[in-house]
Design a protein around this ligand. Structure first.
Ligand SMILES: [Zn+2]
Length: 109
């Protein structure tokens, strides 16, 4: 069972109090984009074995969305941060790099 801390209200609870919203930090494409870009935005998602960045909503609490970084293998939660953040905070990036040396970072913008 995952234990997540909502960065909006500070409550730590089991995952059943939250609802997963899929991959975080998706690059969005609008009406001016090509069909291929828009198709990728709609359907293509990463499914990593390891560090993953996800969207979660605190449905049985404050109701707000946030992001979580966790390991899909061990279920270790590295941290959570506000959904308005365009990329993981530097302190979280340093923590993940120290715990998963050699893990390859991707561009978030
Ligand atoms: Zn909350």
């Amino acid at each position: 069972m995952l234990l997540l801390e909502c960065p909006c209200c500070g409550v730590t609870a089991e995952e059943t109090e939250f609802h997963g919203g899929g991959e975080a930090h998706l690059k969005r494409f609008g009406p001016e984009s090509s069909d291929q870009e828009f198709e990728g935005y709609l359907f293509n998602r990463v499914n990593p074995r390891g560090v993953h960045f996800e969207r979660w909503r605190h449905v049985n609490g404050c109701g707000k969305w946030f992001h979580a970084a966790r390991c899909t293998v061990t279920l270790e939660v590295f941290g959570t941060y506000p959904a308005q953040t365009v990329e993981p905070p530097q302190i979280l990036r340093e923590l993940i790099s120290s715990k998963r040396p050699g893990w390859q970072w991707r561009e978030f913008t």
